[in-house]
Write a protein that binds this ligand. Sequence first.
Ligand code: FES
Ligand code: FES
Length: 149
Amino acid sequence: MIALTINGTEHQLDVEPDTPLLWAIRENAGLTGTKYGCGIAQCGACTVLVDGAAMRSCSVQVGDVAGKQVSTIEGLAIEGKLHKVQQAWVDNDVPQCGYCQSGMIMAVAALLQDKPTPTDADIDEAITNICRCGTFQQVREAIHAAAKA
Ligand code: FES
Ligand code: FES
């Protein structure tokens, strides 16, 4: 059993230490907002925060994050109030199919923690998530909107 704190709640998960964090979150903790895309740390669909840093959970072993704070898209809104990144996503009509968007939003939440008013160059460097629907321009506009919120 591995103890994992996800969105402030401790879970006792029956997993091997080398299980990808993504599968522990989805299959064992039952939080399916975090998505599987490539499985090789390339697309960012599986992005979660570990102690506040964006990580691609398909390529993190669950044993390496025991005792750390894991945050997923399900924990971003507080008491029903959307996080400013989520609100900017709604206001700017960012999602199309939506599949990549939870990972995108988590990556942006981490970026704005580090750089509250990122430049386009900061965004290009930090947000390397892939969106097959091509929402990149809306993502950029929503990041700037969230930075002003
Ligand atoms: S599924 Fe993890 S980066 Fe693509
Ligand atoms: S909104 Fe469809 S993959 Fe990004």
